[in-house]
Write a protein that binds this ligand. Sequence first.
Ligand code: ATP
Ligand code: MG
Length: 455
Amino acid sequence: MIKKFIRRILGRKEKLDNGTDPLILGPKEHGIDPQLVSPNAVRVTQTLQDAGFKAFLVGGAVRDLLLGIKPKDFDIATNATPEQVKRLFRRAFIIGRRFQIVHVMFGQDLLEVTTFRGASSEGAIKDEHGRVLRDNTFGEQHEDAIRRDFTINAMYYDPATQSVLDYHGGMADIRNKKLRVIGVPEARYREDPVRLLRVVRFAAKLDFTIDSATRAPISVMAPLINNVPAARVFDEMLKLLMSGHALACLHQLRKEGLHHGLLPLLDVVLEQPLGEKFVRLALASTDARIQQGKPVSPGFLFASLLWHQVVEKWNAYQAAGEYPIPALHLAADDVLSSQTEKLALQRKIASDMRDIWAMQPRFERRTGKSPYKLLENMRLRAGYDFLLLRCASGEIDSELGEWWTAFIDADATGREALIASKPKSGSTSGSAKKRSRGRGGRGRAKEPVVNEGGE
Ligand code: ATP
Ligand code: MG
């Protein structure tokens, strides 16, 4: 009774701060366009609600809807247990060990349904640095909200009533373009250091400023990322690189002191003057493709990021007397093994990278049957796009890229003529010697595109 009275006189502000009662916003206040919500996501919330459960869209989807962006996927939160969810849908699968979630499928469309998580991580099993290892309790909706990382990621949207539930002032932060951790930032980073990388990704992707308390501990706590399993760091890095704002993300990582000595890949990418232009072109092209809704392949992306490290070693092996092709394979082995230790490059990605690299010297053989053989290669498109990047960055003579563009487009007679026409310069391998001739980047090879061979 007294509580109710106090709440009434303190009004909405108090409700907001206690984190238990949400601010409830109607369509006029939040302005979400229902057309941007996937019909399948509505089917899931509707089915759960019809069965008597609570069900909301949550997380990134709500954040994006509030920003007027069409979400790329929809997560749903409910008070139904995974078993109860599974029973309501024909194609539903319980997955996950650390925390069970349900994948509900409609055709190709996948929706992730999560049961509200319990509030406290205090009782959870942690490692010696305070990182939460296992925590499997279910809880109330307000407890689920407090467990989420940022205020803007902790809002719930009910498509049926078109209301948004805001537990931590996310709406105000969206309006002010502020990224703010829920709770005490130091403690939240300690529980899960991946959040350090998430701050950077969201700030760069959304063009939000990082709240000062959220930002202050980042560089000091950066070494905690070393303690996170490589596969998780890799997943987060992939999200970062495929966010459509990879370049901005990498700059922000450097600004926050998160790149140094943490992820060997980033050290390489951000601190090598040699390949800077190449990496910049590769990332700009990836960003453009993602922003146009086109697929990109992680193999191509990582092959680009690490190419100049490969080139350096390739040259060293050749200088030590190896033939070019075995030298390239040795260089690829070295680079892949030093990266996989820390980054857990998946085998499929690593083998795609190797294919793309291995194809490069083969583009230089423009006589006899060799070019025709290369045309049949399954990965030709990726290898060719990669070749164009090398031309555009000035690493090799753009004549080679132009020749291949013409060869791929030509008919049988055209191809014969191209083979018969003597290439201007013989070989154009990526060696330092060739580069120092200074022919870099004058030609007009087609703009490189990151290959579409989606995974
Ligand atoms: P994106 O647009 O990149 O998918 P997202 O916010 O949906 O962004 P996800 O990784 O898909 O990011 O996570 C979904 C939601 O789960 C987040 O919005 C957040 O509420 C919660 N979440 C994810 N990772 C964490 C984490 N490490 N700590 C706390 N909450 C998290
Ligand atoms: Mg998401």
